[in-house]
Every structure is written in C-alpha cells, then in structure tokens.
Design a protein around this ligand. Sequence first.
Ligand SMILES: Nc1cc(CSc2ncc[nH]2)c2nc(N)[nH]c(=O)c2c1
Length: 373
Amino acid sequence: MNETFQFKLLATDGKARCGEISTPRGMIRTPAFMPVGTVGTVKAMYLDQVRELGADIILGNTYHLMLRPGAERVARLGGLHNLIRWQGPILTDSGGFQVMSLSALRKLDERGVTFKSHVDGAIHHMSPERSIEIQGLLDSDIQMQLDECIALPAEPNEIERAMEMSLRWAERCKLAFGDQPGKAMFGIVQGGDIPKLRERSALVLKELDLKGYAIGGLAVGEPQEVMLDMLDVTCPALPAEKPRYLMGVGTPDDILKSVAHGVDMFDCVMPTRSGRHGLAFTRYGRINLRNARHAEDLRPLDEQSSCPATRDYSRAYLHHLIRSNESLGGMLLSWSNLAYYQELMADIRKAIEEGRFADFMAETIEGWQRGDL
Ligand SMILES: Nc1cc(CSc2ncc[nH]2)c2nc(N)[nH]c(=O)c2c1
C-alpha cells in the first residue's frame, strides 16, 4: 500500500484538467464529485451503492461528528472508515462553515469559534488546532483548514478581515497537522467577490506549499457569473500541479462550467437533498416529480441509464411516492441523482482526455435546455 498523497495531471483541454490523486486508501479520479456524508452517512443511500456508482471519495463533517458521536468516541471505535464501513478516501470539512450556518449561538474570533451545540445545547470551543485534531481523530485522509466564510454580498472590509484571519488560521493548521505521509491538509482560498483579495489569499496559501487547495467563500448566494469570475482570478494564482477543490458546488451546470475554469474536485448536497424533495437531475435537465403532470406518465426518467432507479421506475410511481412522502421516493431519487452526477463526471473526464471538452460541454448544456416533454 503506497504511503504517499500524490496528484498527477493526465490531460488538459483548455483550462479543463483531468488527473488522479493517489492516496493510501485508493485513487481519486478527477474531475471528481464527492457525495456528502455529513454525519457518517450519505443520506438514504448504502455506501456500497455510492461506491458502485463510481464515487472514489466521500465527505464527512467535523462539526456534526464532533457533536455526535464525538471525535474521541469515533477514534475509540476505530476511526470513521471502520465505523461507517467505507474504506476509500474521506475528506472532512473543518467545521467553521457549519458552525456559522447551523449553530444557534456562536462567536468567532482570532482564537477560533465558540458555539452552542444544536444537538444538546452544550458550549464548544474550536480553535484551528482543535479542528485539525478532530479531523485526525476521525482518521480523515484530506483535512480542511479552519476558515471563515462570509456570505455574499458583504462589505469589502469584512471580506478582507475574514480572508486575512483565514490565512493566519491556515498557518496554525499547517503547524498542527505536521507531517502525515499519505494524508493531506488543504488550505482554503477566501476573498469573497474581490479579485485582489482572492489573488492575495491564493498566493499566500501557495507559499505554505500545501498538498491541495480548496476555493471557499463561493456558492454562498452569489450569481453563477460572479463565482466563475472568481475562478478566473483564483485558479491561475494556484499551483498547477496541486488539486483544486471548489467547496459546496453545485448543480450539473455549475460543475461543467467550473471544470472549464480549471477546478478538479466538487462536493454538494444537491443530488441527495433535492432527490429527497422530488427533484431529478437527468441529461434532459431537471424534472420535478412533485408536479402533477407526471401522475400518469409511465416512462422512466431515462431508459438509457445504467441506474435501475433511473431506468426501471415510472415517473408516475416516483410522483406517487414523493407526494405520499414515502422514504422509497427519496431513496430512488437520491440513487438516480448520484448516478447521474457520477456519470456526468465520467463523461467529463473522458471528454478532456479525448480533447473534445468544449464540444461535450455545449452538447450537454443543449440537452438540458432541450428537455424532454
Ligand atoms: N460554499 C461553501 C461550502 C462549504 C462547505 S463544503 C461541505 N462541508 C460538508 C459538506 N460539504 C464551505 N466550507 C468551508 N470550510 N469554507 C467555505 O468557504 C465553504 C463554502
């Protein structure tokens, strides 16, 4: 079993890149979509199914897991991989983003974040060092620095303050992480929608010579064109030989266009969360199965799909299950959406390798717009 964490670029087509990250727990093919397993489960899915769909890596979450079952308990139980029975790589977010979006009472200052648990109301303090310690206890393969993500639109001096503090936290996290062969700690580029702050953040993080770089502070309410403009500024400022992970993104359209801007890794709750609410992502675009027009439509979502949930179940039945709020509805649509996302990633990787990514992107977007009546 190899002991290193190594990113290899296999092909480029314009700014789009195709590569692979080798880790002691297995290979990650990029561009990669990472299903979100926030509290140790990809909701409504068996992890064997998630693996069979082509996912090489899933996400865990420091904030949720430190509150329940607790980081030290997960370590006593043999680490996250053994607990949830996923032996591939796991990436964990550092928790700051979730504190700011989920916990009732919270305070953020130079020392870190202080918050009240949404589980039992207990008060927690998480410093950059503690976040890395927790991710270590979870035996995470790719760990995120603690950072402060500002929702957009925001005041420039607020964006600058948060970006500068995130840079100081990056250094503290690098120190706390130390040297763990086979594992990686990623810095997170901040800077909101301000190009010169994005450039500074990327350049200072590049000096830290980390094994990979996340692009944070996006997919927080800004229009897609602002997100893509920030990628135009950020990606060239990052080292070409390191992986780039765009956090919290996104729809199939966001992913396709972000790959075209040089992004290698993605994560989003979209395929599972919207699946539970009846929204299907297909090569024809979105289909909302709650809509009455599906009530007697015996067609499957896509008869050409290799996924049984997409190929074998009628829209009428999916409509019935979602309207009846039956668990099977969310299970089948989560399965179908994750299958579609992984199929899209596989098609993207192939198109880049074959030097036809621009045509593939145009054809794919046209298929979504054409829809299927
Ligand atoms: N949009 C967005 C999403 C996430 C969550 S990514 C995630 N964690 C668990 C699941 N998915 C972010 N996380 C951090 N640490 N920083 C960010 O700027 C940021 C931005």
